[in-house]
Design a protein around this ligand. Structure first.
Ligand code: ZN
Ligand code: FE
Length: 257
């Protein structure tokens, strides 16, 4: 399957998954419909699936219009989001699987940003060496989503599921927040050389208007403070030991940043 990024609104990414052999497509979190419809037309694709990660309007805003154009399509979302995702037909839980273009994706239940948030992970298939993680607003490049409907402990649990995936996994997160996230990260982890290098390279990428998504999970593990609740430097900065407390303190600092 091929994956394309469609930048929309001020900083959202919609992801278009497609297979040219069957001319079918799936879309992850269509904030709006128009740019998706336009791209589908250009590539002559039939939209068969919407994969939603959570109910926020900048992730489901295009559902209705896409369903109108492709009445046969199927809308997937989290079981706990029942009633909040327009057109939802499939209610997914941890451990469920989804199919697209002959590939099988695994569903993770990742509450924290919202109480119903899910993520989709497609492991590497034959001939590919990287898996693809569609994590919505749970993990960002260099950051993580705000805790609107969840607790630090829940978010640590959720992010632990991602941290267990292979380092070369591509992280397809839903917003281009990376530069600001890394600016904050440097304030809590200033002696991290990997983080310093990443900041410099993202700064120059952004100066040229280059997208920083997808990122690579192994780099997140080394530089994203929200995946590093057990690193001595962050324990020292927060003066906390327990993962949920370290995480909660950093999240609180980021909310003020
Ligand atoms: Zn959101
Ligand atoms: Fe969002």
């Amino acid at each position: 399957m091929k994956i394309e990024r469609i930048p929309v609104l001020s900083d959202n990414y919609i992801f278009l998954l497609y297979d040219l052999k069957t001319r079918t497509a799936a879309v992850v979190d269509p904030a709006v419909a128009e740019p998706v419809l336009q791209r589908l037309e250009e590539l002559e694709l039939n939209l068969v699936t919407i994969f939603n990660t959570h109910h926020h309007s900048d992730h489901v805003g295009g559902n209705r219009k896409l369903i109108k154009h492709f009445p046969e399509l199927c809308v997937y979302g989290g079981a706990e989001d029942r009633g909040r995702i327009p057109g939802q037909q499939v209610f997914l839980q941890e451990g469920d699987t989804v199919e697209f273009a002959g590939e099988t994706g695994q569903v993770f239940f990742v509450p924290g940003h919202t109480r119903a948030h899910i993520a989709y992970y497609f492991p590497p298939t034959q001939g590919e060496d990287t898996g693809n993680l569609f994590c919505g607003d749970t993990l960002f490049a260099g950051g993580c989503g705000r805790l609107f409907e969840g607790t630090p402990a829940q978010m640590v649990d959720s992010l632990s599921k991602f941290r267990a995936l292979p380092d070369n996994t591509l992280v397809w997160c839903a917003h281009e927040y990376t530069l600001n996230n890394l600016k904050f990260a440097l304030t809590v982890d200033r002696y991290n050389a990997d983080l310093q290098n990443r900041y410099e390279s993202v700064k120059s990428d952004r100066a040229f208007g280059k997208a920083t998504v997808p990122s690579i999970l192994g780099i997140e593990k080394k530089t994203n403070p929200f995946l590093r609740w057990d690193s001595p430097s962050l324990q020292e900065v927060t003066k906390m030991q327990e993962p949920a407390r370290v995480f909660g303190r950093i999240r609180g600092m980021k909310d003020q940043f």
